[in-house]
Write a protein that binds this ligand. Structure first.
Ligand code: GDP
Ligand code: MG
Length: 741
């Protein structure tokens, strides 16, 4: 038996792969006469049948829209192959079946090769080939063209089809009442005139007339001008009617009905997903509420606020516990080691520095856990979706949302991956604007500073203030973006399309992994970068220290004090402060002596800190920084913060532990700040505003430079610092004017 078969399918459905699989090396390649579309013919034998196989060009449809489509159609109607193999991509079934519809309408003897079932399976899609075959009334054979799986069955189905079918059997699809009426009129005319009936079934010709198919129109006029004129008249009336009633062309209605036909078939149990089939539908229903224009943003704010409440309430106890632990550790080392530089470095540099950062691990862990819940459940994508509407107003793009969230838009991110995440933005100006404003978010390193200052001065309602400062970060970032987009980065916005993944229940395992990954990064940073910077800053705050003469002045004061009091008093060491703490305040004489000695000690330490390199620098800046209420100690911390924002807390810790005025052992920084006359609520807010918005940390700056240029990196440092300082001065001056401190 001799058999001629053609292979039809969408581009990338695997035609060439199947063709090579079936024919091996026995093929020959050429071009169709007159056009540059490739023509391939191959030969094979199966079960005593000699088969000639033609690889048609890949097409999505069978209308004369392109050379490929014309070639494919012409081959089918002129050469009349005995079997047409329609290869469809199982992982993209709905779209691929569009061509199948047209092949069915044309009536060719069809066998469907359901290809790439392996890909579909890996995506959790299973296609029931038997149900599909029943519904389409053609054989459907699942294959994997790449491995050759199912190709034998495919050939058998083809040979069987070739045996039983001798005439073409066009399938009638309904196109809705309006068009069906018109089609019937057209079919009647075409049938009586026998127009192109040697090539196409009448209904097919009628549909092509409605689809405005150039080739058919031309051929119709050539073969029977009178009938063609009548047909075109009917079509133009119908087109006008569609335009008037539905505002669409008949082609669009036809396409809609074909997809409707495909959907109705697929819905009858043809496609089953490995996961819950109702999930997509449920997601849609949830989204009707959660991304609603009015309710959506309210729910979002509520969810975020809940996240903050959860984080702060639950982390309070562990944070306090860790703080106490580090205080105990300081005491322990204090008792074990002799006085000196090494002990000072260990306590003030290492423990206060790293401990200050590690103390916030529970807080950060809870925050990351909350974010992991939002992310894993699919809600974070909805946040981005809703923010998109807002972002357009400020000259940003929907794709800017993720970089903002990554940088800490909800809380506790990092601007470094945030800056990198801007790569998804295609418009250079929108990208630059995003890149320059993501560092305004409250990254994980700023969180401890926020937590410290809010804890010290606004302990009445921490979650609420945390929420407010997060909102402030967004407002400032968006306004800054608007400013940039209407000055240095002016330009038109670009459109944005986003797909929302279905909601899913996060797994506990996934949540823990996400939480741990991020927390571990924070801990690692504290252990390495922060440790180094903390020790370096300790050195800057310790050296050169006081000169021998200056030390002698304080020693003189101490001796004077001791001589003036009872010589028989308990031996008092230079370490008066620590001793003093052990003295019961009720024992009036000794206690007051110890206190006075402690004051001298403290004055000495403060003088030493002021005289240190960092102290001199901080003091030099004071004349300016006073405008925002920052003293020289805060200045040291802020400069240190440029190295890494975490350093701010540890440096404040070191600076304030050196000049301790307290009789208690190792008091937490929170309490020291509350007691310090230089600090109050207004200063705290001014400091927070400055810390939130001034120059990004060094690593981020390098990253900005890498992603754009050093010019922009430098711009970011100066622009942010000036802006932040102006805001801090504003807060401080207004606050002090109204006496809010
Ligand atoms: P054509 O455009 O229809 O000729 O498609 P190709 O034959 O060039 O195939 C497109 C891509 O799909 C190639 O990378 C093939 O390797 C791959 N492919 C084809 N069939 C299969 C299959 O059954 N399974 C998998 N996993 N990949 C396939
Ligand atoms: Mg190909």
């Amino acid at each position: 038996m001799q058999l001629r078969m053609a292979l039809a399918g969408n581009p990338n459905a695997g035609k060439t792969t199947l063709f090579n699989q079936l024919t091996g090396a026995r093929q020959h390649v050429g071009n169709y006469p007159g056009i540059t579309v490739e023509y391939k013919e191959g030969f094979l034998r199966h079960a005593g049948t000699a088969i000639t196989l033609v690889d048609l060009p890949g097409t999505y449809s069978m209308t004369a829209y392109s050379a490929e489509e014309l070639v494919a159609r012409d081959y089918l109607v002129n050469e009349r192959p005995q079997v047409v193999i329609n290869i469809v991509d199982a992982s993209n079934l709905e779209r691929n079946l569009y061509l199948t519809c047209q092949l069915l309408e044309l009536g060719v003897p069809l066998v469907i090769a359901l290809n790439m079932v392996d890909v579909a399976k890996s995506r959790g899609i299973e296609i029931k080939a038997d149900i599909l075959a029943t519904l389409l009334r053609v054989p459907v054979v699942p294959i994997i063209a790449r491995s050759g799986f199912g190709t034998k069955e495919l050939l058998e189905a083809c040979i069987a089809t070739a045996r039983e079918e001798s005439t073409w059997d066009p399938r009638d699809l309904s196109y809705g009442e309006d068009l069906d009426t018109t089609i019937n009129e057209l079919v009647a005319l075409i049938g009586t005139a026998g127009l192109m009936s040697d090539l196409y079934p009448p209904r097919y010709t009628a549909i092509k007339y409605l689809e405005n198919d150039d080739q058919i129109l031309v051929k119709g006029r050539q073969s029977d001008p009178d009938t063609a004129k009548k047909l075109e008249g009917i079509v133009s009336l119908s087109t006008e009617h569609c335009q008037r009633t539905l505002d669409v062309y008949p082609e669009a209605i036809i396409a809609d009905h074909r997809y409707g036909y495909i959907k109705s078939i697929l819905r009858q149990g043809v496609v089953s997903h490995a996961f819950d089939t109702d999930r997509l539908y449920t997601s849609d229903k949830i989204d009707k509420v959660l991304t609603n224009r009015l309710v959506g943003p309210l729910v979002m704010l509520l969810i975020l606020f809940t996240l903050y409440s959860f984080t702060f309430t639950w982390s309070e106890a562990p944070v306090a516990w860790l703080e106490a632990l580090f205080a105990r550790l300081s005491d322990l080392i204090d008792g074990l080691l002799p006085d000196g530089l090494f002990k000072s470095m260990l306590i003030s540099g290492v423990i206060d520095g790293v401990g200050g950062v590690l103390g916030f691990v529970p807080l950060i862990m809870f925050m990351f856990f909350g974010i992991a819940v939002l992310e894993d459940s699919g809600y974070l994508a909805r946040v981005a979706f809703m923010m998109d509407r807002v972002f357009r107003i400020f000259g940003l793009h929907g794709s800017s949302v993720m970089p903002f969230i990554v940088s800490g838009g909800i809380a506790g991110g990092c601007a470094v991956p945030g800056v990198m995440a801007t790569r998804t933005l295609r418009s250079p100006k929108e990208r630059m604007a995003t890149l320059l404003t993501v560092p305004f978010m409250n990254c994980g390193a700023k969180l401890p500073v926020l937590a410290l200052l809010i804890g010290a001065f606004f302990s009445d309602n921490k979650a609420r203030y945390m929420f407010l400062f997060t909102m402030l970060a967004w407002v400032v970032a968006l306004l800054a973006a608007k400013l940039l987009r209407s000055t240095v980065l002016r330009g038109a916005p670009t459109p944005f399309v986003m797909e929302l993944p279905p909601y899913r229940f996060p797994t506990l395992r996934g949540l823990f992994i996400h939480t741990w990954e991020r927390t571990y990064q924070y801990i690692k940073k504290a252990g390495t970068v922060i440790l180094g910077i903390s020790v370096l800053l300790w050195a800057l705050m310790t050296f050169p220290g006081l000169s021998v003469e200056e030390q002698a002045v304080f020693q003189g004061q101490r001796e004077q004090l001791l001589n003036a009091s009872q010589p028989a008093a308990a031996p008092v060491t230079v370490e008066g402060e620590r001793k003093a703490a052990e003295v019961d305040p009720e024992e009036d004489m000794d206690a007051s002596l110890g206190l006075r000695l402690a004051v001298i000690d403290n004055a000495e330490q403060e003088a030493a800190l002021r005289n240190s390199l960092a102290g001199r620098f901080g003091t030099a800046l004071e004349s300016v920084s006073r405008l925002a209420g920052f003293d020289w100690r805060t200045n040291i911390a802020l400069v240190g913060g440029f190295a890494a924002k975490e350093v701010i807390v540890s440096t404040l810790g070191t600076a304030y532990s050196m000049g301790e005025v307290s009789l208690e052992e190792a008091e937490p920084l929170t309490r020291r700040l509350q007691k310090d006359p230089n600090w109050n609520r207004v200063v705290a807010v001014a400091a927070l505003v400055f810390i939130m918005f001034y120059a990004p940390c060094f690593v981020t700056v390098v990253c900005i430079a890498r992603e754009s240029s050093w010019k922009w990196a430098f711009f970011s440092m100066t622009f942010n610092t000036f802006m932040a300082f102006a805001m801090a001065v504003g807060v401080y001056q207004v606050g002090m004017f109204f006496n809010l401190g």
